[in-house]
Design a protein around this ligand. Structure first.
Ligand code: GLU
Length: 440
């Protein structure tokens, strides 16, 4: 059984970078008919917030990523302690007492001597008396004793990877204040929830090397790991600085269509061109993790916006119907209304403007020089109901009566009937114009 998980820390809002991780894990599970879990990595009580946890769930719902299970690390602390005890019993977890300042001094000295800044395991040499004294004085933190050999794995995206454990510091698994850190908690959870595949950012490669040894030390087997490349801005700049403005809620607020976002993210960084998909099922069908590559992936918000507008232009009535209903557009008019205006909206929030036009709720926009012409034309307006042929008939009559043609004929009439100088095809729009000021 393929089991994947998305494991954000509820310490902020999800951004496009997290979305990529969530999407790839969701796709791996759904493509294989497996399970997708949401795990909230909330072991840090100072930084985790319930509001962020709720926001994460809301954002995933907006995207349509359904979950087979949702759980929190803060509910599972006892299991992490038990795992820590097992590691200690097998000699793989040891207590250290260096302060951050002391560690920094060691690192500096190592660098100055041209050596890698790897923790020197000095704590292993302490005698029991010193240990007891330090523990009483300052409390200890706990490190995992790495087996200093090469750690090899076949990465689902990066291919054959090999990290020399000699180059890694023994990772801290439990802080001085007793807080179990992600490095251990994640392994315990991945084992217990039988996670088979982990897709995460390439900033986790070093973590993965250490975690593979922790999986084994706990008597388990590491899942398959795949590390996706990190997103950069359009010019290749690090995206991290701009991520604030690229939170999923900001994108949602800016009217970005979720399917546009998903279609883009499902292809960015793969060898395949971006294709606008209209459903998650289509995205699943066209997904191949192995197509993704190692090089940094450029994310261009302008490309997303353009794709989102295209998604709206192509959207069928069935999909937009709920939105139209919320706007109070009667179901008997809604299909024709959508057909008439969809090519003229870049975002959903613009739909209401066109509905206002149909209701006659707009400020007249006729140029003064056209006022007499418009008055004459309105007198020729056929009585309702109007249909798809009304505009052509009417403008034909006005043309014959006034001699105006082309833009000088059509523009003032459009302005009189809609309050705007551009918009949907007037032939399609006229049957929908019901409003008081639409001249009828
Ligand atoms: N909470 C971790 C993070 O957001 C999870 C990493 C992982 O997928 O293991 O970076």
């Amino acid at each position: 059984m393929i089991v994947t998980r998305f494991a954000p820390s509820p310490t902020g809002y999800l951004h496009v970078g997290n979305l990529r991780t969530a999407l790839l894990n969701w796709l791996v599970a759904r493509k294989a008919g497996g399970r997708f879990l949401l795990r909230l990595d909330d072991t840090d009580p100072e930084r985790s917030r319930e509001a962020f946890a709720e926001a994460i769930i809301e954002d995933l719902d907006w995207l349509g990523f359904d979950r087979d299970e949702t759980f929190r690390q803060s509910d599972r602390l006892a299991g992490y302690r038990e795992a820590a005890r097992a590691l200690e019993a097998s000699g793989r977890l040891y207590e250290c007492f260096e302060t951050p300042e002391e560690l920094e001094l060691k690192r500096r000295a190592q660098r100055a001597a041209g050596r890698p800044p790897v923790y020197d395991r000095a704590a292993l040499d302490l005698d029991d008396a010193t240990r007891a004294q330090l523990r009483a004085e300052r409390g200890g933190h706990w490190r995992f004793l790495l087996d200093r050999r090469r750690i090899d794995w076949s990465d689902g995206i990066l291919g054959a990877l090999s990290v020399d454990a000699e180059s890694l510091s023994d990772p801290v698994l439990i802080r001085g204040d007793g807080q179990v850190l992600y490095t251990l908690a994640s392994v315990v959870d991945d084992l217990e929830t039988e996670v088979s595949d982990v897709v995460r950012g390439s900033d986790h490669v070093t973590n993965t090397a250490a975690q593979i040894q922790i999986f084994e030390a706990l008597g388990g087997r590491a899942p398959r790991f795949s590390h996706h490349s990190l997103l950069t801005g359009p010019a290749g700049e690090a995206l991290s600085k701009r991520l604030g403005g690229l939170s999923l809620r900001d994108l949602r607020g800016a009217g970005i269509e979720p399917m546009a976002l998903i279609s883009l993210m499902a292809r960015l960084g793969s060898g395949d061109p971006v294709e606008l998909r209209s459903s998650l099922e289509e995205v699943v069908a066209g997904f191949e993790l192995a197509r993704f590559g190692a090089s940094p992936t450029r994310f261009d918000p302008a490309e997303l916006e353009a794709l989102s507008t295209r998604a709206l232009h192509q959207m069928g009535y069935g999909e937009i119907a709920p939105t139209l209903a919320t706007l109070g557009i009667p179901p008997d008019l809604a299909p024709d209304f959508w057909e008439a205006i969809r090519g003229n909206v870049a975002r959903r929030d613009e739909i209401a403007n066109w509905w206002a036009v149909c209701r006659g709720d707009f400020a007249p926009a006729v140029e003064e020089a056209d006022a007499a012409f418009v008055a004459e034309a309105l007198a020729l307006l056929p009585p309702r109901p109007w249909d798809g042929a009304t505009w052509a008939e009417w403008t034909g009559r006005v043309k014959a009566a006034t001699g105006r043609k082309g833009k000088s004929l059509f523009m003032p009439l459009r302005q009189a009937l809609t309050g705007r100088s551009s918009g949907p095809d007037m032939g399609a729009l006229m049957p929908l114009l019901r409003g008081p000021s639409s001249g009828g």
